[in-house]
Structure formats: C-alpha cells, structure tokens
Design a protein around this ligand. Sequence first.
Ligand SMILES: [Zn+2]
Length: 195
Amino acid sequence: MSENETYSTEGPKCPFCGNEFTPDEAHYFDEMRYTSETCDSCGKDFDVDVYTQTSWTCTKPSPQQHRDEPPLSRSNELERVMMDGASVCNTPERKAYDMKLKTGDRIKFAAEKQPYRVRVADDRFAVCTKPFNLRKTVLYTIVDLEQGVRGADDRIFSEGYETDEEIAQALKRLQAGEIEVSRRNRVDLDIERVY
Ligand SMILES: [Zn+2]
C-alpha cells in the first residue's frame, strides 16, 4: 500500500490525516455513487472506492424452531441478523434505564459493532436504525427504557422502518400499545454509549 492510500474494513479513512469515518449511513456502502469524500477533520477531498462483499450462510432450522415458530418473514430474518452476536437473557428483575434518548443520537450497543441512529424517541421508547448494506435498507431496533430491553417489534410482518413517516407511525403504535418489543427475540438493553 502506498502512502497515498488507506485501506480499512471499518470505514473510509482520510489518506491525508488518517481520520476514519464511521459508516453509519447507507450511502457509505454504495459502490456506485459513493466515490469521493471531504474529510471532516482536515477538510481535504479524497477519492473513495467501495468494495462490498456479500455472502449468505444457510442452516437447517432446528426441529423445535420448525414446530413453534412461524415461517421466516422478511422482518424475522432481519431481526435474526440484527440479533447476531447478542445473547438472549431472561433476567427476571430488569432495571429501568434512567436516561433520555433523543432524535439524532448515535447509540452503540455492546452486542453490535456498528452504532445505530435514534430516529425518534419519547421518555420510554426509542426507534433506532442502522444501514444494512446487503439489501440497501436499514436494520432497526426498538429500545424500551422502562422494561430495559430492545429488539424488533412483535409483528411477523412489520410496517416499514425506513422513512421518517414510518418511524413516527411506529412510535405512535408503541405508545398506543398496538406493538411492543418482540418477547421472543428481545435482549437485555446493552447500551454502551450514546453520543
Ligand atoms: Zn483528513
């Protein structure tokens, strides 16, 4: 590698000053249209080549899953990807998180490498998304501060979680009790930092 070039699997890294960007928006994963960047640290422009590698891992479902669970829907599948690396704990006495989240916050969970963005929040709930480059969409997770858990909603066929309108609707439905964090796949809240 020449001194004019940087390589990283974590995010674009400025070849002038070494500042590394957190790829927390979908456009960072776009191979066709993300071709240049301006460093927010040193202000210089540089060219970017994005290479996206895609792979699929398929496994036979366990017999128990086969019997008890509905067939994999798109949202279920996303939920599974989202939960990858997280451990499901069922601690009986969960402590409510005494903190506030607001729209625009970045939120890093211990079980996942890439931070989410808080799209909308009230005192109890926060709907958070992060880019899912394999499908040019987003992964979402709903934080429930009162119950100290997070996860996808409890619907087999979820409404969308991409546009601001969809996100606003999701919060309304959470507040009305029409949907809640999935009981089957929720994980204990593992907020590492909010920034
Ligand atoms: Zn720079």
